[in-house]
Design a protein. Structure first.
Length: 316
């Protein structure tokens, strides 16, 4: 008997839902993206033997529906929109509407069977939300500092006042993030261990805890691939191109880059590796990527084994 796959296209106000059973697509049904509409959707899904529900990550609009379905035991995959769009292009489906997207998601689930993963809990979502807000304020502050160099003197007091306010808000968020990590049984010991690694500061710890909850749960290759530090080959025929990194979690990679810049000056393991690579003639970017991957491997091992970094710094 053919399995049923459900695609849910999420917008601010609506959930457009498509069902695929084998090759048969049922008419699109629309539900409100609110508690009542999601309850109706859940009833519809529970009434059928659904193998998988697929929806895209849409910057937060999907969270209420995703959490409600997952809490009810519905097999759910929240997937990367780019992956779904690439799938649609490969099938030759270039048009894009909410209803078409729901069908694409249903067929994506049927053909590719994305992995069902546990959704972040409330504490993890709140930590991520605070990190998002901190990053927004940091970007605003950078923009205001750039404006200082171009505006007329009459506008500078206003900009300086805003920068001061942003500094204060960022400092308050730093305190709140620190308090959450320090007071959480799940994060407290991890935070303490990570802070002992030379080069790893509070922003790096915030980012790892908020944006990489898989740290310590995966092996070294899987965690590097997840962050986007696993090199890809670029070979064709007899040509052997340069390997490169791409994709992954940009915020985590950016935080690791800044941590590695400090580590190559103060962390003996990373410093020795960087000097060895540059002495061998490796370009700066290649040496930095290798050192970032090494630092991530050490941090992953620390969290996995619950041991201080010095005991694991020589882990290959």
């Amino acid at each position: 008997m053919a399995e049923i796959h459900v695609g849910v296209d999420v917008s601010k106000d609506w959930l457009d839902v498509a069902r695929v059973k084998g090759v048969e697509v049922t008419p699109i049904v629309r539900f409100g993206n609110h508690a009542e509409g999601i309850a109706e959707l859940l009833s519809e899904i529970k009434a059928s033997e659904v193998a998988l529900v697929v929806m895209e990550a849409t910057g937060g609009y999907e969270m209420l529906a995703a959490n409600t379905l997952a809490a009810a035991g519905v097999p759910l995959a929240v997937v990367n929109p780019k992956q779904v769009r690439d799938y649609a292009k490969a099938k030759g489906w270039l048009a894009k509407t909410d209803r078409l997207d729901a069908c694409v998601l249903a067929e994506f689930g049927r053909d590719l069977r994305p992995e069902v993963r546990a959704l972040p809990d409330q504490a993890q979502r709140e930590l991520t939300e605070l990190l998002d807000r901190r990053l927004q304020l940091v970007h605003m502050r950078a923009q205001e500092k750039v404006r200082l160099g171009t505006v007329m003197p009459v506008a500078r007091p206003s900009i300086n006042e805003h920068i001061t306010w942003l500094d204060q808000r960022i400092a308050r968020l730093n305190l709140e993030l620190t308090a959450r990590l320090r007071n959480s049984p799940a994060w407290k010991s991890k935070t303490k261990l990570l802070k002992q690694v030379p080069g790893v500061g509070k922003v790096t710890v915030f980012t790892l805890m908020g944006r990489l909850p898989e740290l310590g749960r995966l092996n070294r290759g899987a965690i590097a691939a997840l962050v986007g530090l696993a090199p890809f080959n670029d070979d064709s025929g007899k040509r052997r191109g340069h390997r490169y990194i791409r994709g992954g979690r940009t915020d985590v990679r950016n935080a690791l880059y800044m941590a590695t810049l400090t580590a190559i000056a103060h962390n003996p393991v990373i410093k020795a590796m960087f000097e060895r690579l540059t002495a061998a003639g490796k370009p700066f970017k290649l040496a930095m990527a290798a050192c970032m991957r090494k630092l991530l491997t050490i941090l992953n091992a620390i969290v996995k084994t619950n041991q201080p970094w010095k005991n694991l710094a020589e882990t290959p």
